[in-house]
Design a protein around this ligand. Sequence first.
Ligand code: SIN
Length: 284
Amino acid sequence: MPQTLKRASAQRALDVTPYSPALGAEVRGVNLANGLDLRTYREIRAALLEHQVLFFKEQTEIPPQTQIEIGRMFGELHMHPAAPHMHGYPEIFEIYVGEDSKVANGEFWHSDVSCDEVPPLGTILQLHILPEIGGDTLFANMYAAYDALSEPMRKMLSGLSALHESEHVYRERYSDRGVDDTARRYPEATHPVVRTHPETGRKALYVNRTFTTRINELQEAESNAVLEFLFDHCEGVDFQIRYRWERNEVAFWDNRCAMHRAIWDYWPEQRKGRRVTIKGDRPT
Ligand code: SIN
């Protein structure tokens, strides 16, 4: 190996191994429970932009305050409009599914809270309790979904915007966890169907089956048909991976260019973890 290359790799704190040609990478060489130094933060940020979702291997449980501090290195934290937070830590969204759950979080393809005017940049999730088998998460590459469209289709989509709603998603969703939302109004927002990632400059499809309800510029029947096509297209196996978790592993995904879906195939077993979500930019 040339001397310069050897020096460069010796200086790198992290070992980042691609997970699949579609997207994703496994990360070793850091235990997030100890917090992040600036150099490691920079390497993680660069790796996230390159791979869209990172899986941190061989982790121990991250103290809640440390998870908050790590999230804040990437930006201001986002408060979830519906989900219950961890007692004493409003920035932490507790993921929990058990025998009595009526729904599981993230069961359908989505980009987190795309119904917000300024939807999240990314999400950092650690899972502490896993079922014996199952509870995988799927991730899909929305750059690749965009790139695979024909030129005329890209051209048509480039001028369109879509409505992302959440009333139908969140109303009474967390009632089984003690949330009374009678006085709440849930967000909705209009975003471009194709967004440009603010850091990489790449174009990505930005519609998802959970929140996107209408393409504003089309007639209703046209909107339904185009959205149905786009949902099926984005969810195609060529653009996705399926991640099988180990206890205490951490996933960090970029909501601006990746969608995900959590599989609830483990009832009546439990799955539990904590997530912090980082605020992003208004999609353009
Ligand atoms: C989510 O945050 O959308 C759920 C992800 C998961 O539980 O795997």
